[in-house]
Design a protein around this ligand. Structure first.
Ligand code: V4E
Length: 197
């Protein structure tokens, strides 16, 4: 499955409109640790490796219709993550990452409130970066194939307009963390065309 999502920085009024007719599903807190090489080779290829509460996941950009990708395949199977990272089969994944110079570069916890407004899933995240907090909302649709991505994006934008949300480019949590804490990493992501200034 491909997760098609759009991020929003929401005012409290916008949160109220968005959740008014939605069903609250669950609230929980999780910890993400993101990994990269010293020269940022993964993130500069739009590959985002994280361990979420100890379980590894790799997000890889999906090219759709020749445009710069802003949707991601989520790979959770260790064998497939190894393939995508070109790591040979081995016993201990964390050790193999380390041996290949892939090490943690940030770790933070997020408290997420999840809602459903069929067919959309709405996530409201409050991220604790210790020295600062970041609040971000996401509207998501899951699709089976790359061919469904464009239509899903249009559905999300239509829904956001119905809710009178402000549609602007928004930095994801990790990108915001990198911008605030690691200017060199941030400028290399801009140079590589992965994030926009
Ligand atoms: C895809 C991506 C990154 C990986 C983290 O993805 P994100 O959706 O921000 O995290 P989260 O916790 O909401 O994941 P979920 O729980 O939904 O699986 S880090 C950076 N990107 C891409 C990206 C980009 N290229 N440019 C900007 C401005 N933001 C993010």
């Amino acid at each position: 499955m491909i997760e098609v999502e759009k991020k929003f920085l929401l005012t409290s009024d916008e949160v109220a409109r968005l959740t008014q007719n939605a069903t609250f599903l669950v609230e929980w807190t999780f910890r993400d640790t993101y990994y990269d090489t010293a020269d940022f080779s993964l993130s500069k290829s739009d590959k985002w490796l994280r361990s979420r509460d100890g379980k590894f996941e790799l997000k890889v950009a999906v090219s759709s219709l020749g445009k710069k990708a802003d949707q991601y395949d989520e790979i959770t199977d260790e064998v497939k993550i190894r393939e995508a990272l070109q790591l040979s089969p081995g016993n201990n994944f964390s050790n193999d990452l380390k041996q290949n110079g892939i090490v943690p570069f940030c770790s933070f916890s997020t408290t997420r409130k999840k809602y459903k407004d069929d067919p959309f899933i709405i996530d409201l995240d409050l991220v604790d970066f210790t020295s600062f907090k970041y609040s971000i909302g996401e509207i998501e649709l899951m699709v089976e194939s790359k061919h469904d991505i464009e239509n899903a994006v249009q559905q999300i934008l239509h829904y956001a307009k119905e809710k009178d949300l402000k549609i602007t480019p928004v930095r994801g949590k990790v990108v915001e963390y990198i911008r605030r804490t690691s200017p060199q990493h941030y400028s290399e992501l801009i140079k590589a065309g992965i994030v926009e200034e």
